[in-house]
Design a protein around this ligand. Sequence first.
Ligand SMILES: [Zn+2]
Length: 296
Amino acid sequence: MKSLISQSEVYLETIDAYKKAGHAIAHFNISNLDQARAIVEVAEELKQPVIIGASEGERAYMGVEMVRKIVDELNQEYSIAIFLNADHTYSLEKVQEVIEAGYDSVIVDGAKLPYEENVALVKTCVDYVRLYEQKTGKRVLVEAELGYIGQSSSLNAALPEGVSEANLTTADQAKDFVLRTGIDMFAPAIGNVHGMLIDAVEPALHIDRLKEITAAVDVPLVLHGASGNTDEDLKGSIDNGIAIIHINTEIRKAFRDGEKEYMDAHPNEVAPYKFGKEGQEEMKKVVKAKMLLYAL
Ligand SMILES: [Zn+2]
């Protein structure tokens, strides 16, 4: 049986080890237990650690504490390390909620705010988390994002409003932001976009910009909105400093497609474990392909 306290302590060490090895850790979001199990079964098969993420909306649906309990239980059942991240969290109040519930990391998202307001929100949250660490001895990682990349893990007809090359993160901004906020991990905008385009190819990642940011900051870098990006772009991002890659829309779509196909073929079937199983199988194919790519 693994100790959950030591689990949180090895989180940053694991990220650093992956980064040094030229690999990235996979971060996948969940909305239910079916998805959680599908992710963990693949991770166990590949003997890779994995980060499970739950956004404010996903946490509200499943229950903030229930998500923690599910991941605790999975950590007892499986041998690999499973970390729990509170994805995109927009206020100090919501940060406090997940810290109290024992999440291993949290993303403070002030990316849509004016720069100084983003810095102020993130700094306030970092101060709160550090105080919590002093009181409890539990290390919690804080991540923040700079440069707007949209907000929904959905299928979109066009790029979200406000996403443009002019809003890519610069190396100077990244350096200032990381220094002033004291964050543990940083999510830049390098052409990545939340969600996926329905009928068009995703914009290419700006690997040259990523290189500049990697040279400017010391903390691990996280790629959000990686659904729909090409394998070549994902590998290029890992080779140039990305240590964690977030995928949500692609696994949501695979899960939905698997269930839908089964339901279409069996219109009178009502057992959730039967169509849920098909959703899991489709989703596992995507999870496996991504994890194999990140560990190449
Ligand atoms: Zn994200």
